[in-house]
Ligand binder design. Structure first.
Ligand SMILES: Nc1ncnc2c1ncn2[C@@H]1O[C@H](COP(=O)(O)OP(=O)(O)OP(=O)(O)O)[C@@H](O)[C@H]1O
Ligand SMILES: [Mg+2]
Length: 333
């Protein structure tokens, strides 16, 4: 009989499901389309994301987790169940799964328990709820069990989680409701102000991913952006350079940097000394914006490294944690 161990990153932007022995089997946007009256699911994930802005009145398309908190619990539960079911259908098993779920660190105790209940109601044998930065560190192969300080900055879609971890637990922790998605909003505002051009969120995200930067590039790059001219109301296009985006992003970037500096300030001195030697670990999609490493390094004086699989680290860490739980149990026997 196969053991079914599942690690889940229940993120504001994306939900990832890791299955032991198979890796990340689900990686989909946290978006749900449902009938307004009956709350019946119409679509989830990528299919639902494509429906944004294109549905009739009786259908709603929402992100049930916003800014790191569960804004619609009933829909979050339905989405979670649907993703777990999809993941389980990929592996023949007769046993109920063990599940580790990472939730945004801003969730309340009630929401935390609600997520736990949702996992049990889908048939989980045991459920472990974990903080995102701890999972990100485990996923990035950082040995967090030692009495040694590690700093993780997870810049997701809705939240930036900054944590100092030692002996497997959080020593100092700060969750900021400013992250990757705020860079999209900043880009929309910048282009409207500077070029009188209105662009949508998908375009703003595309600019961010393609040429967006938080640190000046030695060799500049550019991109043509299409939108609606706010003066004459007609379709129009402009050219934006990578180094212009540094300015567009500066306010959001400053908030993230200030939060990192704030955590370093209140960090116990022994652990701060460890961090200055071991460096700062960056994870989450927002950490992939060009120049994030250089910027954090320049502002803190501490080396910063973006983990290899920045978007998957939390799910990998959650998956590894379930395996670790199993091993602990075996050692006890
Ligand atoms: N290559 C990239 N460059 C820049 N930003 C990126 C890239 N890929 C994804 N992103 C951004 O990363 C964010 C999503 O990251 P991630 O999947 O880590 O968030 P999440 O875990 O769902 O959210 P949270 O942790 O806040 O709950 C989005 O804002 C997305 O636009
Ligand atoms: Mg995340």
């Amino acid at each position: 009989m196969f053991d079914m161990d599942i690690g889940i990153d229940l993120g504001t932007a994306n939900v990832l499901v890791y299955v032991k022995g198979m890796g990340v089997v689900i990686n989909q946007p946290s978006v749900v389309a449902f009938e307004k009256d009956t709350k019946k699911l119409i679509a989830i994930g990528t299919k639902a994301k494509k429906m944004i802005g294109r549905v009739p009145d009786n259908i709603d398309v929402i992100r049930p987790l916003r800014q790191g908190v569960i804004s619609d619990y009933a829909i979050t539960e339905k989405m979670l169940k649907a993703f777990i079911k999809q993941a389980m259908s990929r592996k023949a098993t007769f046993r109920r799964p063990k599940i580790c779920i990472c939730v945004p660190s801003g969730v309340t105790e009630v929401e935390r328990r609600a997520v736990e209940d949702a996992a049990y109601s889908i048939g989980a044998r045991s459920v472990l709820i974990m903080e995102e930065p701890v999972a990100a560190a485990i996923g990035a192969n950082v040995d967090i069990i030692q009495p040694c300080g590690n700093m993780v900055v997870d810049i997701g879609g809705g939240t930036t989680d900054i944590a100092v971890i030692s002996l497997g637990g959080l020593v100092v922790n700060r969750s900021l409701k400013v992250a990757g998605d705020d860079y999209n909003d900043a880009m929309i505002k910048f282009i409207r102000r500077k070029y009188n051009l209105l662009i949508g969120e998908p375009t703003a995200e595309e600019i961010k991913i393609q040429i967006g930067s938080v640190y000046l590039r030695p060799q500049d790059d550019y991109m043509i952006v299409k939108g609606r001219n706010l003066v004459n109301g007609l379709p129009d296009k402009i050219q934006i350079t990578a180094n212009e985006t540094v300015e567009a992003f500066s306010e959001v970037t400053l908030q993230i940097i200030n939060a990192i500096l704030g955590v370093l300030e209140v960090c116990p001195p022994e652990l701060a000394a460890d961090i200055s030697v071991r460096g700062i670990i960056l994870s989450g999609g927002g950490s992939m914006i060009y120049g994030m490493e250089q910027l954090v390094e320049a502002k803190t004086g501490i080396q910063a490294v973006v983990v290899d699989q920045a978007l998957e680290a939390v799910a990998l860490g959650a998956g590894k944690s379930v395996e670790f739980m199993n091993r602990l149990k075996k050692d006890e026997k």
